[in-house]
Design a protein around this ligand. Structure first.
Ligand code: MN
Ligand code: MN
Length: 283
């Protein structure tokens, strides 16, 4: 029998599903350490080791209608892949289901966000990803926050864990249109006050994007561009727990398995359960 790996708890058909998981094995614009194209199946493999029941959320995951569509076939050009994600996910959103994308690199998020005009957005990332273009490409992974700003507009995006920014990005007149909350600010204020600020400012529909390098490399070493002094996984979980009821789309990107000791992929798998579990417990 040929195998087609799926998230273990994804046992529903597309028609019945409330959550639609898919992978996008693309890392074509990655600049430093490539390999995030290998992440979708690595996350699925790690997920196999998780319990299907969570006593804290009070949910049994196989009872929740989750489906895994497998991986999207990808072209070589980032813009084409982004367009393809937009088209491929449109019906998922139109059908009122919640898409969960396993990257791949961060550029992919743009394709999904195009299906959520008017939403607010929370991004976990060490990097501002705020270049207008990089290496001559507007669809480079280093431009995703800028592309999202064009789609969602000013005052809608909260990027948390920032600690790597170019001077050009920082001095851009667009900079103040995104609320960059540095990793230091999270440490100084505490995640509760960060949550309170976003709760005041964000709307009722939130897109949530996790670039795994936003989390400290001691917890998430398996990333393409690690940055010291990150935020904690428990802080990301606190954000997910709080906002789950409002989250309409979700992605995990930039996990690079060849640099992982196993912890990053386990954390990514667990974050999927935290999202679905906390969203279900609020439903
Ligand atoms: Mn990023
Ligand atoms: Mn990053």
């Amino acid at each position: 029998m040929f195998s087609h790996r799926k998230i273990a708890d994804a046992q529903a058909s597309y028609e019945d599903a409330r959550y639609v998981i898919f992978g996008v094995p693309f890392d074509g614009t990655s600049s430093f350490r490539r390999g995030s194209r290998l992440a979708p199946d690595t996350i699925r493999l790690a997920y196999d080791n998780l319990e299907s029941f969570d006593f804290q959320y009070g949910v049994n995951f196989p009872d929740i209608p989750i489906c895994d569509l497998g991986d999207l076939y990808v072209e070589e050009d980032a813009e084409e892949v982004v367009d393809d994600i937009e088209r491929s996910v449109k019906h998922v959103v139109d059908d009122g289901k919640v898409p969960i994308m396993l990257g791949g690199e961060h550029s992919l998020t743009t394709g999904l966000v195009r299906n959520f005009p008017g939403c607010s957005m929370i991004i976990i990332d060490a990097h501002s990803d705020f270049r207008d273009e990089y290496m001559g490409n507007k669809f480079n992974h280093a431009c995703i926050t800028r592309r999202s700003l064009e789609i969602l507009g000013p005052g809608k995006i909260f990027s948390i864990g920032t600690r790597s920014v170019s001077r050009e990005e920082y001095e851009s007149p667009e900079w103040s249109k995104v609320r960059f909350i540095s990793a230091n600010e999270v440490r100084e204020k505490g995640i509760t006050r960060v949550i309170e600020e976003i709760e005041r400012k964000a709307g009722d529909r939130i897109y949530f994007s996790i670039d795994m390098d936003g989390i400290d490399p001691s917890e998430a070493p398996g990333v393409g561009t690690p940055e010291p002094y990150g935020i904690q996984s428990s802080e990301v979980r606190a954000l997910i727990n709080h906002f789950a009821g409002k989250i309409v789309g979700f992605d995990i990107v930039e996990l690079t398995p060849v640099y992982d000791n196993g912890n990053t992929s386990m954390l990514a798998a667990r974050l999927i359960q935290d999202f679905i579990g906390s969203k279900e417990s609020k439903a």
